[in-house]
Write a protein that binds this ligand. Structure first.
Ligand code: AHR
Length: 491
């Protein structure tokens, strides 16, 4: 058992934790939308307007705050007018990015906004700057947000939606350094400036425009973008970084079969997120010392080789306790950087990459990653506070810090989230809580052997359980088994 001392000072507030840090990403990719979230109105699977009820319920339970759609690379080829109007008349296209399958456009703008209404989350549209026109993007904003009096608002009404929707988050392009047009940052910055000019604020709606930011450690991209855009036109820039266990995109490693060396290298590659955020933040600080532009980690998560026997273009993978540790480490990092990081979206929400939920016909399971979002949900809208730990190291050839942690305070309640990343050692935490009136503590835990997953035969093999902790004279003591994620509530 490794002994670790912690100190949390509630008087030392770092920054507000935007709920959107706990956001998600949905793409027309594999079975994320079709046969995942959306089964159609005529399905025997219980649904509301074609959207699975069990999925809606699961999203609501974790207070899912924001959902990005329709991609990803899919967004770079998406023409939104294909997805409105009478369904039988909608254009059928090929999804050239993901598996070459037919996309019948039965899930489009109206269906997406209905999903967000049912879940109670903010919609985040990823606009097509890569292959779409300015007119098309400008029409989309008009269609969605303008009350009346224009061809687009009248078309929306004709399609059954009288009132405009509220739309805050508008992405002006996706991965324009890659699948979104292979652009140089200088060229993209100019394109961004043009496209965003025609995305207007209508009928009291105010857009929060998000520019395409860097791919992982492309610091030059951030530098050029920050130099060429300004806070009057841009509220956020996005960062995409995936955890690839081997670091080799052609052999990323399996979701289920891995040894402890690969486990530690997965966690080490995940913790790299911290340096990435620090270095991009340093650049942003130089151009934006007032912190007006947020960093949005709008694609993150583990990316493994696809599960054997599944369509390689569908990016379907299982999810184990390793993914739970990855999620906990990332979310603790985001909390700690919440001054600059104002949104983060896990890729992806259902049936793709590090999914929250997997479905098979009428069956649905919650992955270990889902349970981590459940454990962390009380951080949303909290104030991140100073949280220090002495720590220990874990691992073999690749060494990582054993403990990942963060803390926040909201309405007189403190939430502390901890992950013991070691596969071998338990940890005994002794945490001195300063400047915070408290008399009771309770905790919930997710733990299991690192390869454990939920599957359709055993959907609740891994679930959250109550966990014993002690609070005496402002000192919290807790034992964390190896490979565990714990959320402590102190009040
Ligand atoms: O999440 C899968 C893909 O990864 C997205 O479509 C793209 O934006 C990224 O490269």
């Amino acid at each position: 058992m490794k002994k670790i001392s912690m100190l949390i000072n509630a008087a030392d507030r770092i920054s507000h934790i935007n709920p959107e840090i706990y956001g998600h990403f949905s793409e027309h990719l594999g079975r994320c939308i079709y046969n995942g979230i959306y089964v159609g109105e005529n399905s025997a699977i219980p649904n509301t307007d074609g959207i699975r009820n069990d999925v809606i319920e699961a999203f609501r339970n974790i207070k899912l705050p924001v959902l990005r759609w329709p991609g990803g690379c899919f967004a770079d080829e998406y023409h939104w007018k294909d997805g409105i109007g009478e369904k039988s008349q909608r254009k059928k296209i090929l999804n050239t990015n993901w598996g070459g399958v037919t996309e019948d456009n039965s899930f489009g703008t109206h269906e997406f906004f209905r999903l967000c209404e049912l879940v109670g989350c903010e919609p985040y549209l990823a606009g097509n700057l890569g292959s779409g026109t300015i007119e098309e993007l400008s029409d989309w904003v008009e269609y969605v947000t303008l009350e009346g009096g224009s061809p687009m608002s009248e078309l929306r009404k004709k399609n059954g939606r009288e009132k405009p929707w509220k739309l805050k988050y508008m992405g002006i392009g996706n991965e324009n350094w890659g699948c979104g047009g292979s652009m140089r940052p200088e060229y993209y910055a100019d394109e961004y400036r043009r496209y965003q000019s025609f995305c207007k604020n209508f009928s009291g709606n105010e857009l929060f425009k998000i520019a395409c930011g860097p791919n992982s450690d492309d610091y030059n991209w951030t530098e050029v973008i920050m130099k060429n855009l300004n806070k009057y036109h841009t509220k956020g820039i996005s960062l995409h970084y995936y955890t690839v266990p081997t670091g080799d995109w052609s052999h990323k490693g399996s979701a289920l079969e891995f040894d402890s060396d690969l486990y530690y290298s997965t966690i080490s590659k995940t913790l790299y997120m911290d340096s990435l955020i620090k270095r991009h933040t340093d650049i942003m600080d130089r151009y934006d010392p007032d912190n007006d532009i947020g960093l949005i980690v709008d694609e993150w998560g583990c990316w493994y080789d696809v599960e054997k026997g599944t369509n390689p273009g569908f990016l379907y993978q299982q999810n184990t306790m390793r993914d739970a540790i990855v999620a906990a480490c990332n979310l603790n990092i985001f909390n700690r950087h919440s001054k600059r990081v104002i949104m983060a979206n896990l890729a992806q929400v259902v049936n793709v990459l590090q999914a929250l939920i997997l479905t098979e016909g009428e069956k649905m399971i919650k992955t270990p990653t889902y349970h981590v979002f459940d454990l962390f949900k009380e951080h949303q809208n909290g104030e991140a506070v100073y949280c220090f730990s002495t720590n220990e190291s874990a691992g073999g050839e690749v060494k990582i810090p054993l403990l990942s942690s963060s803390a926040s305070v909201k309405d007189g309640v403190m939430t502390i989230t901890l992950a013991n990343c070691s596969l071998e050692d338990g940890a005994e935490i002794s945490c001195d809580i300063r400047n915070f009136e408290c008399s009771e503590a309770s905790a919930r835990i997710l733990t299991g052997e690192v390869h454990t997953c939920n599957d359709f035969d055993a959907p609740d093999r891994l679930t959250i359980a109550e966990h014993n902790v002690k609070l005496e004279n402002g000192v919290l003591t807790a034992e964390l088994p190896p490979c565990s994620v714990v959320s402590v509530t102190v009040k």
